[in-house]
Write a protein of this length. Structure first.
Length: 72
């Protein structure tokens, strides 16, 4: 355990930000062409898709093995 703590303390802030980012996503309400959609983004900000409701967006993210969070 002490070795792991020492190793984590040596990780740069940029590397720490990437840790787990391949498994996380966030969902945000967006307006496009007068429509309200719920866009799914990877942790690094890449847009992965959009759905008509936040519930569907959460299901789609989870079906793709992503831990999704709704943000405002």
């Amino acid at each position: 355990m002490q070795y792991q703590e020492a190793t984590l303390r040596q990780i740069s802030p940029a590397a720490l930000a990437v840790l787990g980012s391949m498994e996380m996503a966030y969902i945000r309400e967006v307006e496009e062409e007068g429509m309200t959609l719920y866009a799914i983004y990877s942790a690094d900000g890449q847009r992965l898709g959009e759905e008509e409701t936040p519930e569907i967006a959460m299901v789609v993210a989870r079906q793709n093995d992503l831990d999704a969070f709704l943000v405002s």
